[in-house]
Design a protein. Structure first.
Length: 727
């Protein structure tokens, strides 16, 4: 069966067709919010195949596993019935991981290397600090890793960073960087930034590898190009520079990851790198109604570092953007909850609503309001499933099966569950490993040679090491389909399952369910482009790699029946019928640290733009006249961004001077809570009747714990609780 190029493009708009139909050369697609960029990329891939390009020569790169999976599925649908290979669609990091696995010997890296997540990285930094006798209170792992990450994204090795260090701080960081890398090397591990750095180094130094990748990938497509950093630019440019067939899609107005190393110059200067580039703007928004699109467009025009495109929509004007000024953060949260309850009554599902904020700490008061109104909600804070202790324990066992040098993984589970190999024993093993230049696994095998370890403990150690060895033997020669069997075996024989099963609690049942889900996940982990006759070791490596590279937004499930609370950064790429952006105040959005830096101020404005364009039909932007900060209440100034949105698209509502009690019993900030003493009988419009059990004043705000007859105990802020005292 053959593909018809015209049929493939027939469902696209004229501008989208123009972009997707170009076969050779460099193309820059400036894709505004909701403009269908994923459709353009996937249809272009299918169009290339329809025009005779071998699928295996096509490489499409994006930033999240979810985006890669969705793109892969859409391409599959478009080329269904054509059986001559599949294009490669993956994230930058998984692409680089595969290169390191394939060519690792040229980098002196064993192909069974581990990929360290943030938790592992912090452990490795702590090890480096201990080695250097530096206080982790003065050199926090998070700040050290941020500096090291920035250096790696700029392609600075530890040696190069040390050579450039000119003051006490950078010289100290250089020592930590060097010791950190030595810890990774000893553990046969790479962090996320290493995957990019080492591949960039390889492509610069090894002509054979570079030529091989150029032959394999004659057509490169990159999604979210505005989010690429310098290392990613070097990798893509190295492969594409000779044939020049590079197709990038992005929006300078949605570049919000400068703090992670994203280089806005990559997209703004693309045409300088590739003279003769075809530039195609996609300005039609298929997501949001007119007032939302025009409001966002009016705001972002205040930025200078951008490429203009006319944003427009054919979805009608819709509602104006609501700008609501509230008394304080509790009133703001109450108003958000009221808007959502009203929207729910009008038929908007909970899972089509979101609350967006600049920093995570703002969620606490919002959560209280959600609970008080009985609104189901979830908080998006990263890859929660893979952060759970029992899952990280199981994964550490699996990592040790692949990479026996992974000391971080070993230390995590050598006595988990408890098997009599305590901290004192491990300290002796570590000393032996250091003096003999061994990894911990090798020193454990030689435990009887280590002085001071009791025979009973040696027996426990031998039981542990023989168990790991048995799993490694199982892996050798088995087919990939046995991966769930291996994971089941590890969870069972390690004692993780019995430790959970021995507890009779809801938490234990949840942990057991999580371990079961991990087995399920391992069975679903095989990449679509892989065949079923692979080896178990390769399947295990691939599974661990996919887990290590999962990103924040991969954890957000739009099908959950709940409102989503998340940061503006986490909301990138998502969309909802109703969006409430809160804390639209100077110092929060824009953030206080951007006040003296024009570049950072423009990134804050882009962040606001991204938040606004998540909304399809309803957008509310709220601020509070005062807000608690470090225990003290302070007045606030509305965000300057609110004044940069054209007035004709806005409906302003100032409640800060009009928020009066509906009933005499309802309290104002600072008034006495004596109207609702402990023991009084009260009625709530939603929860019914109840008895006040305790009063909890905090500054000028007072909360009460109330035992309701029908719904149990609730804690409510009296000022906004809409309570009526009965007696």
């Amino acid at each position: 069966m053959s593909l018809d190029p015209k049929t493939i493009l027939s469902s696209l708009t004229q501008r989208q067709q123009e972009a997707a139909s170009i076969i050779d050369g460099a193309v820059l697609v400036l894709a505004g919010p909701g403009s269908g960029k994923t459709r353009v990329i996937t249809h272009r891939i299918a169009h290339l195949i329809a025009n005779g390009i071998e699928p295996w020569r096509i490489l499409a790169l994006t930033f999240t596993n979810k985006a890669a999976q969705q793109m892969h599925e859409r391409v599959e649908q478009l080329i269904e019935g054509v059986h001559h290979g599949r294009p490669r669609v993956c994230t930058f990091h998984s692409f680089c991981a595969s290169i390191v696995r394939r060519w690792g010997e040229r980098l002196d890296i064993d192909p069974g290397f581990s990929i360290y997540d943030t938790s592992d990285q912090r452990d490795a930094v702590r090890t480096a600090l201990q080695k250097l006798d530096l206080d982790s209170g003065n050199w926090t792992p998070a700040s050290v890793l941020s500096t090291i990450s920035a250096a790696k994204n700029s392609l600075q090795s530890a040696e190069q960073f040390a050579d450039a260090a000119g003051d006490f701080y950078t010289r100290s960081i250089a020592k930590i960087y060097t010791a950190y890398q030595e810890t990774l090397r000893r553990n046969n591990a790479l962090d996320f930034d290493d995957l990019l750095l080492r591949v960039a180094e390889l492509l610069r130094s090894d002509k054979e590898v570079l030529e091989s990748l150029r032959r394999d990938h004659g057509y490169i497509l990159i999604d979210e190009y505005q989010d690429t950093n310098h290392a990613q630019f070097v990798i893509a440019h190295s492969i594409a520079a000779e044939h020049g067939n590079i197709f990038v899609v992005g929006d300078p107005d949605q570049s919000i990851y400068g703090w992670r190393g994203a280089d806005l110059g990559n997209i703004l200067e693309f045409e300088q790198q590739y003279p003769g580039t075809e530039v195609i703007p996609l300005g039609e928004n298929f997501r949001s109604t007119g007032h939302i699109v025009s409001s966002a467009d009016g705001l972002i025009r205040h930025n200078s570092r951008r490429r203009h495109k006319d944003l427009h929509t054919s979805l009608g004007d819709g509602e104006k953007v609501a700008m609501i000024r509230c008394n304080d953060e509790h009133h703001e949260a109450e108003r958000v909850a009221e808007l959502m309850v009203q929207a729910s009554r009008e038929g908007v599902p909970w899972n089509q609503m979101a609350v967006l904020y600049r920093v995570n700490s703002l969620s606490r008061v919002l959560e209280e309001a959600m609970r008080q109104h009985g609104i189901p909600y979830v908080i998006a804070r990263g890859t929660a499933f893979y952060d759970r202790k029992e899952i990280k324990d199981a994964l550490a066992y699996l990592r040790l099966v692949v990479n026996h040098q992974d000391d971080v993984a070993l230390k995590r589970i050598v006595n988990t569950p408890a098997r009599g190999i305590g901290a004192t024993t491990m300290k002796k093993i570590e000393v032996h490993a250091t003096s003999n230049q061994q990894c911990l696994s090798d020193s454990l095998v030689a435990a009887r040679e280590v002085s001071g370890i009791a025979a009973r403990t040696c027996n426990a150690i031998e039981g542990f090491t023989s168990m790991i060895s048995r799993w490694r033997r199982f892996v050798d020669g088995e087919d990939a389909a046995r991966l769930p069997d291996l994971v089941t075996m590890v969870i069972s024989e390690s004692g993780l399952e019995s430790a959970v099963a021995g507890e009779d609690s809801e938490e234990a049942r949840q942990r057991q369910a999580n371990l079961n889900e991990l087995i399920t996940a391992s069975g679903e982990s095989q990449p679509p482009e892989e065949t079923d006759d692979g080896l178990l070791l390769d399947a295990l490596i691939g599974f661990l790699e996919s887990v290590a590279l999962v990103s924040d937004s991969d954890s957000i499930d739009p099908d959950q029946g709940a409102v989503t609370l998340m940061t503006l950064h986490a909301a990138k790429g998502l969309e909802f019928d109703l969006v409430c952006m809160v804390a639209m105040e100077e110092g929060l959005l824009p953030h206080s640290r951007s006040a003296e830096d024009q570049g950072e101020m423009e990134e804050e404005r882009r962040l606001c733009f991204v938040g606004m364009t998540r909304a399809r039909k309803h957008l509310s932007m709220l601020s509070a006249a005062s807000r608690m900060f470090r225990g003290a209440r302070a007045s606030t100034i509305p965000s300057s961004f609110l004044g940069q949105i054209p007035e004709e698209h806005v409906q302003r509502e100032d409640l800060s001077d009009q928020f009066e009690p509906d009933e005499p019993e309802r309290l104002r900030v600072g008034t006495s809570s004596a109207q609702f003493p402990v023991g009084s009988l009260v009625r709530h419009p939603q929860f019914g009747t109840g008895t006040v059990q305790a009063l909890m004043p905090r500054g000028s705000v007072c909360s009460a714990r109330i035992l309701f007859d029908n719904v149990g105990s609730k804690t409510l802020v009296l000022e906004y609780a809409r309570l009526q005292r009965l007696r």
